[in-house]
Design a protein around this ligand. Structure first.
Ligand SMILES: Cc1ncc(COP(=O)(O)O)c(C=O)c1O
Length: 459
């Protein structure tokens, strides 16, 4: 990365720009990775070096980094109507088209879609809708939200409070009161000795129920979950997990919110992650793949009963007191419509299943040979490799070894962008990957992994 520092844009960036999820001191010392351009699944730095971005940026650029059809859709829409809002009964045809399409695609029959601009806003919108719902049903004390350990739901204050990751809380005195966390359904690390999957699921459900009873069922509004944990380490719950958890939620009249911001739009090998894990949410938040992140757009799609609550609350007058300037931005919705059209034309679900199975097969073959791969897991094109000091006992590497970050640095050198989450190496490539792209990702991963093994053997 240091090559970029001599570039004056890099120097100005160090001087003027505060970066997300970046250590300030380390950034000042090492400087930025200047990304100059993209081509398909590849990015190029300012020195012209190319990398396969096997994380699709931040799990989002599903159609790669320079899709012409998305650019053309944006240009066409800028030429027609470059901005208009959706407050005060305003709308435009692309917003209506996208709302209809999302309700159909998600199977939220009779429900509606609401637009925002980021995943965090979409998740916070779901919380506010849950509050309206319970208020209208005579239970205004139902305010608290239960999330899970290791979950990621965004960076605004309530969204960050819902995260189950310490690094999202430590500087800010979060979570806010009323945002609670229950156990993460992580079979590899969470199952007790002698416990089978059924007993594990039972224990998770029972812990959730205990939390609800401790807090008081009349105080809990909603439960929020990513179908598959993304940033928390690509954690796939046991198959029966959501069915059992939803029995508990139904018993105490708690709404189920799916954060589909990463899993949505075929990432896991189904249109939505809820299908992959058997989740039946009352509301879903969508972003990232919705527009392949070519425009900051997000959405919430919800069941009819949620809309009925909003309508009933405002029956005597008043307006739904929520909204963002760029909710339903015409260019954002036009880009999202085009992205969905492309997904349909390429039969994205079948393609992801095929490419995902190929990549997973290669990772599994790698795991057999590698002394440090503890587990390969995930679904579709959302795969994780957990590296461990001891495969038999699953003993993790000492944190001081920085095994995961070292893999990332080696992979960068080899022209591969992956992303470690602790010692879980994440892969979430653009969904347009071909067989030869998958083979190249697997090859670059394998040589990076064996370089890491050699490095660790010296320490
Ligand atoms: C699962 C999940 N939810 C929510 C978000 C927040 O989205 P945004 O950064 O657009 O606010 C993210 C971002 O990575 C995410 O991974």
């Amino acid at each position: 990365m240091t090559q970029a520092v001599s570039n004056s844009a890099a120097r100005r960036d160090i001087e003027f720009h505060l970066h997300s999820q970046t250590n300030p001191g380390q950034f000042e010392a090492r400087g930025p990775l200047m990304v100059a351009r993209g081509e398909g699944i590849r990015i190029f730095d300012s020195a012209g070096k190319s990398y396969i971005d096997a994380m699709a940026g931040l799990w989002c650029a599903s159609l790669g980094f320079n899709n012409k059809r998305l650019a053309d859709a944006a240009t066409r829409q800028y030429g027609e109507l470059g901005f208009y809002h959706t407050f005060f009964q305003r709308t435009h045809a692309p917003a209506a088209d996208l709302a209809e399409k999302l309700v159909q695609l998600t199977g939220m029959t009779g429900g509606k879609a609401y637009f925002a601009t980021s995943g965090s806003e979409a998740n916070e919108t779901m919380v506010k809708l849950a509050w309206v719902y319970h208020t209208v049903h005579g239970k205004p004390t139902k305010r608290k939200v239960i999330a899970r350990d290791r979950s990621f739901h965004g960076s605004t204050i309530a969204a960050a409070s819902m995260c189950g990751l310490e690094f999202m809380h430590r500087e800010f005195g979060l979570p806010l009161p009323g945002f609670l966390h229950t156990l993460c359904p992580w079979p590899y690390r969470g199952m007790l000795e002698g416990e089978d999957e059924a007993a594990f699921v039972e224990r998770l459900a029972s812990e959730l129920e205990k939390l609800i009873l401790r807090e008081g069922p009349d105080t809990i509004a909603a439960f929020i979950a990513e179908p598959i944990h993304a940033g928390g380490g690509i954690i796939v719950p046991p198959q029966k997990y959501f069915a059992r958890i939803q029995e508990v939620l139904a018993k105490y009249d708690i709404l189920c919110l799916a954060d589909e911001i990463v899993c949505g739009f075929a990432r896991t090998g189904n249109w939505f992650g809820k299908e992959t894990v058997g989740m039946k949410p009352d509301m879903m938040s969508l972003a990232k793949g919705l527009s392949s992140s070519y425009f900051p757009i997000s959405a919430v799609v919800f069941a009819p009963k949620i809309y009925e609550a909003v309508a009933r609350f405002n029956k005597e007058g008043g307006a739904f007191g929520h909204g963002f300037t760029n909710s339903g931005h015409p260019v954002g919705v036009a880009v999202a419509l085009e992205a969905i059209k492309i997904y349909e034309e390429m039969d994205v679900v079948a393609h992801v299943r095929k490419m995902g199975a190929r990549l997973r097969g290669k990772f599994e073959a790698m795991a057999e040979k590698s002394p440090i791969v503890g587990e390969v897991r995930g679904a579709g094109l959302m795969l994780g490799i957990e590296i461990v000091a001891d495969k038999k006992t699953r003993k993790p590497f000492a944190p001081a070894l920085q095994a995961g970050p070292t893999f990332d640095s080696i992979a960068y050198e080899n022209g591969l962008v992956a992303r470690c989450m602790g010692d879980v190496l994440g892969f979430s490539p653009p969904l347009i990957v071909t067989e030869s792209d998958v083979d190249e990702i697997a090859h670059l991963c394998e040589i990076s992994l064996s370089a890491l093994e050699k490095h660790l053997a010296k320490h």
